[in-house]
Design a protein around this ligand. Structure first.
Ligand SMILES: [Zn+2]
Ligand SMILES: [Zn+2]
Length: 141
């Protein structure tokens, strides 16, 4: 078996492999993550560029650059939300953990941007909750 973690979009056109994730993972409740995923929150984990391999379908990968300079990528055929990159030049890309087909052995340790949480969503997990980013006010935990 190949090493690392393999993921794909809903239609299967886009496939990727991550050799190694960066350790810090959080659930993000910001409005942009909610809309991008069509869900209560996103769970992204970062990977260094040299640890990312696009196996197929990279021509279907479409960029959405928001006004705040962040870039998100999705599949143009099925709409799956796949990646996030901050506005500053970086040597890493964050991947939506929900898109992985092989088991991911990471443990999210925080909920971030909880001040923007959907009112119909209840956080049941005990992880620390931050008002905005990890350097912001701790709301719980
Ligand atoms: Zn797709
Ligand atoms: Zn977010």
């Amino acid at each position: 078996m190949e090493q690392g973690y393999q993921g794909s979009c809903l239609c299967g056109a886009i496939k990727f492999r991550i050799k190694e994730f960066m350790p810090q993972v959080g659930h993000c409740h910001c409005i942009m993550c909610r809309k991008f995923h069509g869900a209560a929150y996103s769970t992204f984990a970062g990977a260094k560029l040299e640890h990312i391999e696009w196996l197929s379908g990279s021509e279907k990968l479409t960029n959405f650059k928001a006004e705040n300079g962040t870039t998100r990528q999705f599949c143009s055929a099925c709409g799956s939300s796949l990646t996030f990159q901050g506005s500053k030049v970086s040597d890493s890309v964050e991947f939506a953990l929900a898109a992985f087909d092989t088991p991911v052995d990471l443990t999210p340790d925080a909920h971030i941007f909880v001040d923007f949480k959907a009112p119909w969503s209840t956080i049941c997990e005990g992880e620390r909750q931050y008002a905005e980013g990890r350097s912001s006010t701790i709301r719980k935990g």
